[in-house]
Design a protein around this ligand. Structure first.
Ligand SMILES: *[C@@H]1O[C@H](CO)[C@@H](O)[C@H](O)[C@H]1NC(C)=O
Ligand SMILES: *[C@@H]1O[C@H](CO)[C@@H](O)[C@H](O)[C@H]1NC(C)=O
Ligand SMILES: *[C@@H]1O[C@H](CO)[C@@H](O)[C@H](O)[C@H]1NC(C)=O
Ligand SMILES: *[C@@H]1O[C@H](CO)[C@@H](O)[C@H](O)[C@H]1NC(C)=O
Ligand SMILES: *[C@@H]1O[C@H](CO)[C@@H](O)[C@H](O)[C@H]1NC(C)=O
Ligand SMILES: *[C@@H]1O[C@H](CO)[C@@H](O)[C@H](O)[C@H]1NC(C)=O
Ligand SMILES: *[C@@H]1O[C@H](CO)[C@@H](O)[C@H](O)[C@H]1NC(C)=O
Ligand SMILES: *[C@@H]1O[C@H](CO)[C@@H](O)[C@H](O)[C@H]1NC(C)=O
Ligand SMILES: *[C@@H]1O[C@H](CO)[C@@H](O)[C@H](O)[C@H]1NC(C)=O
Ligand SMILES: *[C@@H]1O[C@H](CO)[C@@H](O)[C@H](O)[C@H]1NC(C)=O
Ligand SMILES: *[C@@H]1O[C@H](CO)[C@@H](O)[C@H](O)[C@H]1NC(C)=O
Ligand SMILES: CC(=O)N[C@H]1CO[C@H](CO)[C@@H](O)[C@@H]1O
Length: 388
């Protein structure tokens, strides 16, 4: 009897020891984090595959979860993009206070975001893009570690949260495009001094581009397309010395295009179609060695076209269609060695397709339709020979 009891104790002790060893070898998720994830799961209409309400489970092994090996099973990543998740985002998620990455993009999540989501001290990457979230972004945003903030392609409305960098100043990537943000914008964004990419396309923004933006010395990409921004474009853009891509297409900008883009050392893509710009192509643009795409289609630009192909060594795609350009079709275009696509349609040129276009070896697309050109048979003959 006594001996039997002793054996029993040894067996139990051995079992406990073994369990202890297993625990220390494996990452077992923190209980607080497990509870938060279970609330998160409970607010979805269908649970992610492999997730369970069982409280003895190790959430560090669940699909989409990454735990920090050094910090006792704390969850640092929750990544469930493209999993057909639907339902709401639970307030409880904020209890994951070690979370660095939250990626729930490309799902069907809806309703407004919990306020607590905007107070996660360690969050570095937030990607909620391509869902059905709605409502407004709160006044107070405290994401001290955030670097990438993507809420694009949802149904958010109200005024653009241009105050976002007041307490969350380290953002590099900010994408709030394809929502219903409205208002006279951009002022406030000057605080985002680390910002490299800002996408605000396809919102309901109006007003102008305020001077605030020109403080963003690190900005490489600025996308403001498909809004209702207008007024003149300020030469303050010259301040954005690292700018690579600038897209303001389909807005209501007017006046002349400021002559600054050619001064920006890395500038490549100028997309400004479908505005009301007038005047000429700025001379630093037509002498730029870095611009590869120039799309000024559907404005009211005028005068002769002169592009300095000795300088424009990177120009690959040119769209000047639907403007009021006059004079001859520029006969030096074949000297732009990289030029593959050229659309000059719907202008008011005089004369005919230049003979030099016979030597247009790089070209793969050219349109000069409805441009008041004469001598179609000669044009056809010339263009027949322009490809080797
Ligand atoms: C949904 O989340 C809330 C916290 O925001 C929590 O109180 C509630 O229990 C969750 N629902 C379920 C069914 O888990
Ligand atoms: C989120 O996941 C999607 C799909 O895998 C990916 O394309 C995207 O880059 C991720 N977001 C971040 C911030 O890493
Ligand atoms: C910045 O943080 C303070 C203190 O938490 C808060 O009161 C304020 O609303 C925050 N401001 C913004 C613009 O988020
Ligand atoms: C935001 O959208 C909701 C629902 O469509 C609407 O009730 C609300 O008035 C909108 N708010 C603003 C500021 O546009
Ligand atoms: C341009 O940048 C300088 C700093 O390089 C800054 O002092 C100035 O305010 C900026 N101009 C505008 C219009 O933002
Ligand atoms: C475009 O701007 C002009 C003023 O420059 C204004 O009269 C017009 O209503 C604006 N168009 C739209 C569609 O807002
Ligand atoms: C041309 O631009 C105007 C605005 O200036 C816009 O209303 C119109 O839809 C654009 N047309 C095309 C074909 O893009
Ligand atoms: C064209 O560009 C070349 C090379 O940058 C330059 O030397 C020349 O002066 C330019 N010509 C004109 C007319 O601007
Ligand atoms: C085209 O240019 C001719 C002169 O070259 C001018 O008479 C005519 O009015 C212009 N047409 C348009 C639509 O601007
Ligand atoms: C050709 O241009 C004239 C005016 O320049 C315009 O009235 C006409 O609609 C244009 N046709 C096409 C097919 O674009
Ligand atoms: C058409 O072009 C050819 C070759 O450039 C030229 O010989 C001919 O005179 C032109 N015809 C007209 C009507 O301009
Ligand atoms: C859930 C889990 O990761 N279990 C592992 C715990 O550690 C042992 C030994 O290293 C593995 O065999 C288990 O797969």
């Amino acid at each position: 009897m006594g001996a039997q009891g002793c054996w029993g104790l040894v067996v139990i002790l051995g079992f406990l020891l073994q369990a202890q060893v297993l625990v220390s070898q494996n990452l077992t998720c923190n209980f607080k984090d497990l509870t938060a994830l279970q609330y998160f799961m409970g607010n979805l209409t269908m649970k992610p595959e492999g997730w369970t309400m069982d409280s003895s489970t190790d959430c560090c092994g669940w699909e989409g979860i990454t735990c920090e090996p050094q910090s006792a099973g704390r969850v640092i990543k929750l990544e469930l993009p493209k999993k057909r998740l639907s339902g709401k985002l639970s307030d409880a998620l904020a209890a994951l206070d070690q979370l660095k990455t939250l990626n729930l993009s490309h799902n069907f999540l809806k309703d407004s975001l919990p306020l607590s989501l905007f107070r996660m001290p360690n969050l570095e990457q937030l990607d909620l893009s391509n869902n059905d979230f709605s409502g407004q972004i709160p006044e107070s945003i405290n994401l001290h570690s955030i670097r990438s903030f993507d809420i694009s392609s949802n149904h958010f409305n109200g005024s653009l949260p241009s105050h976002i960098c007041v307490n969350s100043s380290r953002i590099r990537f900010l994408d709030m495009a394809v929502n219903y943000f409205s208002g006279d914008v951009l002022s406030g964004l000057g605080k985002c001094s680390f910002l490299e990419e800002l996408n605000l396309g396809t919102d309901d923004l109006n007003g102008g581009v305020t001077e605030d933006i020109f403080q963003l010395q690190n900005l490489k990409v600025l996308g403001l397309q498909y809004n209702n921004l207008g007024g003149k474009l300020s030469p303050g853009i010259a301040n954005l010395s690292n700018l690579v891509r600038f897209d303001i297409s389909s807005n209501n900008f007017s006046g002349e295009i400021p002559d600054v883009f050619g001064q920006l050392k890395s500038f490549q893509f100028l997309v400004a179609h479908s505005n009301r710009f007038s005047g000429r192509i700025p001379s630093t643009v037509s002498n730029s060695p870095t611009i590869s795409l120039l799309n000024l289609r559907n404005n009211s630009l005028e005068g002769f076209i002169y592009l300095n192909c000795s300088a424009m060594v990177a120009l690959n795609s040119l769209d000047l269609a639907t403007n009021k350009f006059t004079g001859p079709v520029p006969d030096n275009l074949p000297l732009c060695r990289q030029l593959r696509n050229a659309n000059l349609a719907r202008n008011n040129f005089s004369g005919q397709i230049p003979e030099s276009f016979r030597e247009f070896h790089s070209l793969s697309y050219l349109s000069v339709s409805n441009s008041s050109l004469r001598n179609i048979s000669s044009a056809l003959q010339i263009l027949q020979q322009c490809r080797t």
